[in-house]
Design a protein around this ligand. Sequence first.
Ligand SMILES: *[C@@H]1O[C@H](CO)[C@@H](O)[C@H](O)[C@H]1NC(C)=O
Ligand SMILES: *[C@@H]1O[C@H](CO)[C@@H](O)[C@H](O)[C@H]1NC(C)=O
Ligand SMILES: *[C@@H]1O[C@H](CO)[C@@H](O)[C@H](O)[C@H]1NC(C)=O
Ligand SMILES: *[C@@H]1O[C@H](CO)[C@@H](O)[C@H](O)[C@H]1NC(C)=O
Ligand SMILES: *[C@@H]1O[C@H](CO)[C@@H](O)[C@H](O)[C@H]1NC(C)=O
Ligand SMILES: *[C@@H]1O[C@H](CO)[C@@H](O)[C@H](O)[C@H]1NC(C)=O
Ligand SMILES: *[C@@H]1O[C@H](CO)[C@@H](O)[C@H](O)[C@H]1NC(C)=O
Ligand SMILES: *[C@@H]1O[C@H](CO)[C@@H](O)[C@H](O)[C@H]1NC(C)=O
Ligand SMILES: *[C@@H]1O[C@H](CO)[C@@H](O)[C@H](O)[C@H]1NC(C)=O
Ligand SMILES: *[C@@H]1O[C@H](CO)[C@@H](O)[C@H](O)[C@H]1NC(C)=O
Ligand SMILES: *[C@@H]1O[C@H](CO)[C@@H](O)[C@H](O)[C@H]1NC(C)=O
Ligand SMILES: *[C@@H]1O[C@H](CO)[C@@H](O)[C@H](O)[C@H]1NC(C)=O
Length: 425
Amino acid sequence: MASYASKQLLSIAIIFFCALGHLTSAQIVTLEVKEGNSTCIKAELVARFSVAYNTTNGTRTVTFPFPGNATVGNRSSCGGTELPPLLAASFGDGHALILRFSINGSQYRVESLALEYNLNDSSIFPNSSSPSLVTVKTDSAGILAQINTTYRCESSWPVSLGGGSGNASGNASVTFSNMRLQAYMLGSDLSRNETVCTADQSVTTVAPKTSPVTPAPVPTVPGNPERGNYNVTNNNGTICLMAYMGLQLNLTYPSSVQNKTVQEVVNLQPNQTKSSGSCEVSNATLQLRDDRTNLTFSFTLNTTSNKYHLSGISITATWPDMKEPFSASNGSLDYLRGTLGRSYLCSAEQTLVVDQTFAINTFHLQVQPFGVNGGQFEAAEECQLDEDNMLIPIIVGAALAGLVLIVLIAYLIGRKRSHAGYQTI
Ligand SMILES: *[C@@H]1O[C@H](CO)[C@@H](O)[C@H](O)[C@H]1NC(C)=O
Ligand SMILES: *[C@@H]1O[C@H](CO)[C@@H](O)[C@H](O)[C@H]1NC(C)=O
Ligand SMILES: *[C@@H]1O[C@H](CO)[C@@H](O)[C@H](O)[C@H]1NC(C)=O
Ligand SMILES: *[C@@H]1O[C@H](CO)[C@@H](O)[C@H](O)[C@H]1NC(C)=O
Ligand SMILES: *[C@@H]1O[C@H](CO)[C@@H](O)[C@H](O)[C@H]1NC(C)=O
Ligand SMILES: *[C@@H]1O[C@H](CO)[C@@H](O)[C@H](O)[C@H]1NC(C)=O
Ligand SMILES: *[C@@H]1O[C@H](CO)[C@@H](O)[C@H](O)[C@H]1NC(C)=O
Ligand SMILES: *[C@@H]1O[C@H](CO)[C@@H](O)[C@H](O)[C@H]1NC(C)=O
Ligand SMILES: *[C@@H]1O[C@H](CO)[C@@H](O)[C@H](O)[C@H]1NC(C)=O
Ligand SMILES: *[C@@H]1O[C@H](CO)[C@@H](O)[C@H](O)[C@H]1NC(C)=O
Ligand SMILES: *[C@@H]1O[C@H](CO)[C@@H](O)[C@H](O)[C@H]1NC(C)=O
Ligand SMILES: *[C@@H]1O[C@H](CO)[C@@H](O)[C@H](O)[C@H]1NC(C)=O
């Protein structure tokens, strides 16, 4: 009985550790091909290989991950007039994954995908009967994207690799997932414009179809956003702009899934948002960005009146559902008016309208775009909304006090009257 239970426990533990091993072996590998200072290919991906090979005993299939310490080998190249761009990533004991790119009109693709594996590596291929280097490849990896965009595919998809060269034929496959890849790059960062693979698109398009409920026309509004602590630092490392606020973005854009204009309200997640910016004498910017949204606030100081205000907001967003990248900006705003040497505080929810397609709701906002000293907010000037909210209790209090006074006076008068009445009797 006890031994049965302990066996069950043991098998559960084994399953657990196998699952754990599987998880930890799935590593995101980052690869970059450079020529001089310019990057031409960049890839982030998870890959797992499955290879069949002959042992002294028969055919055996092993699977192994593309390890995180794979390196860009010297066969890699940005290409030239005759040569195609090539990414050759070496790993382990003589293995390599090789992607050759080609361009056709406004699209680029992985023209050939090859895996080289060394059957001599007994840590992966024990008891191999033909210790040699095998190359397997395919011309249809299915990786195709618009030029100047990043190919993105979170879903996992298998690619079978066949053929073979050397003195052994090969039979292998690779399963990719979490891929972000770009060739023929313009800058050193992956483009924020993406070509999303069909597998990822069907994940989002299938969902509404399987749901029996017709989508509500009114978008769901998330709860209040979390407050983020956003600072901008000077060249000398001192904080020159501070903001502590919760932000909710309200965007109207053409949806590729629903094939119509939709409105979406999304909270900015502080832990996934990076802040940067600049501080000049009479203007300052705060830039907030996450992996799909780039938001810029511009503040202006009038140096004669020593008053500042939020004068501009701009946004670019590449959300998965968007038909095309979204952008909106307005450089002639007049929000968050404050005085130099003071911070601006607004606890009440405020809506900053940028244009017809974009507005920001702010929650518990405190900013100081100029004159920050020692990384702390100066005394706050409260917004009108807060003052109005404060006015209500004051008015109610005053009204109550007035009422009490009237009752008291009425009572005193009444008592005097009745007193007089007794005397007349
Ligand atoms: C790389 O960039 C630096 C500064 O931007 C420049 O001085 C250098 O010459 C560049 N090198 C090449 C190989 O382009
Ligand atoms: C294994 O050996 C057989 C017979 O020698 C051969 O036909 C087959 O292609 C080999 N398989 C692999 C995966 O090398
Ligand atoms: C050959 O296969 C048998 C049974 O499948 C196994 O017991 C043995 O260890 C294998 N030998 C080698 C060298 O792999
Ligand atoms: C890469 O990592 C594996 C373990 O994940 C390790 O065995 C191997 O030695 C590493 N190779 C290099 C070149 O660092
Ligand atoms: C890619 O970007 C470059 C530089 O901005 C531009 O010259 C080129 O026309 C763009 N290509 C396409 C297909 O959009
Ligand atoms: C994204 O695409 C749009 C139009 O297709 C273009 O205006 C914009 O510059 C692109 N952005 C990047 C970062 O390539
Ligand atoms: C940092 O630079 C700002 C102006 O850019 C200056 O006011 C401030 O005193 C400097 N702080 C330090 C510690 O040097
Ligand atoms: C979003 O903006 C639209 C108008 O553009 C407005 O009708 C809607 O109430 C706003 N939603 C929120 C949650 O602010
Ligand atoms: C999208 O809508 C337009 C007009 O509303 C229609 O002509 C088009 O066929 C639709 N496309 C898809 C894929 O449903
Ligand atoms: C960010 O914060 C949210 C809510 O507090 C949390 O659910 C999420 O796991 C956090 N993400 C990261 C990457 O820390
Ligand atoms: C900000 O101010 C600096 C000088 O103080 C000026 O050079 C720059 O053009 C200004 N930027 C904007 C957007 O007004
Ligand atoms: C911004 O500065 C404040 C005050 O120095 C600090 O408490 C906060 O952690 C900073 N925020 C970030 C994101 O560094």
